[in-house]
Ligand binder design. Structure first.
Ligand SMILES: C[S@@+](CC[C@H](N)C(=O)[O-])C[C@H]1O[C@@H](n2cnc3c(N)ncnc32)[C@H](O)[C@@H]1O
Length: 265
């Protein structure tokens, strides 16, 4: 599908195919890990759960079945509309906010904040600080902040030039996907992330593409920042969504690391 300039439309304007592209995740297992972080590390009852850059809200239905009240925040009206519809179809009460994760504000604080699959859209040190202040403001004392694959444990220079490619399909569509991450401004720690999806579906074959710029955040600078802010306690980081596998000096092959913070009382 092409826009008026003859370029592929954005992946984010086609939530259904975006969702299929990333349906390789074991969502029930991830929700079990989230529940375990609550049981082990929350210092308050956790009811309201906020997913930043929620996109099609893949965790929403499973979380709601476990009695967590889902809220999704995203800048894309198409993604929010898709998530709203999904909640309605499943008979779930969920709240959605159309705001940027950089400087969002909620009317009422939540008990848990989650960012999935590296969806950390901060483009500078200033935006990173603004974002962390916004999360601190949105999170009740004793609540948790979980970041999935957001911290860069490997330097950006190790990104593969050809990126990662994979395919997914369901009964009505097949998608071929590629993500390429390319560092382009080392002093500012910026990298470009490009997602291309080729869709073959009942409605035809077409290409979708999206492009974003992110600031890489490395582990030790993250810890320094968190400590200097004084609003979060660092709880830990673990490899591949496994709370029994903390990242240590001997960890190799880091994949989908998760990092957990707690809002100080
Ligand atoms: C990769 S998709 C979301 C994926 C979703 N978190 C998941 O787990 O499948 C990225 C989403 O981030 C949203 N996004 C990009 N920049 C954002 C920002 N500054 N604030 C909030 N959402 C943003 C896009 O609109 C898009 O829906």
């Amino acid at each position: 599908m092409q826009n008026r300039q003859g370029k592929p439309e954005s992946c984010y304007d086609h939530p259904r195919f975006y969702e299929l592209a990333f349906a390789f995740r074991d969502i029930p297992r991830e929700v079990e890990v989230i529940e375990r972080t609550i049981a082990l590390h929350a210092r308050r009852e956790v009811k309201q759960f906020l997913n930043l850059a929620c996109g099609p809200s893949p965790h929403m239905i499973t979380l709601s079945r476990r009695n967590l009240e889902f809220q999704g925040l995203d800048i894309s009206p198409a993604m929010l509309q898709y998530s709203r519809q999904k909640a309605g179809d499943a008979g779930i009460h969920a709240l959605f906010h159309q705001q940027s994760m950089v400087d969002f504000r909620l009317d009422r604080p939540v008990d848990y904040v989650f960012i999935a699959l590296g969806d950390w859209y901060v483009r500078s040190s200033l935006e990173l600080k603004q974002h962390l202040c916004a999360v601190a403001e949105a999170l009740r004392p004793g609540g948790l902040f979980l970041l999935d694959w957001c911290i860069q444990f490997e330097p950006a220079t190790m990104f593969k030039p050809e990126g990662d490619a994979w395919e997914m399909k369901d009964a009505d569509a097949a998608v071929q996907c590629r993500v390429v991450m390319k560092p382009f401004n080392h002093p500012e720690q910026l990298f470009e992330e490009r997602l291309d999806i080729t869709v073959r579906a009942n409605e035809g074959s077409f290409d979708l593409s999206s492009h974003s710029v992110k600031r890489a955040v490395y582990p030790q600078e993250f810890l320094e920042l968190i400590t200097s802010m004084g609003q979060f306690e660092f709880i830990g980081w673990w490899n591949n969504w496994n709370l029994d596998d903390p990242l240590t000096e001997s960890t190799e092959n880091i994949f989908r690391p998760i990092t957990l913070l707690r809002r100080v009382a």
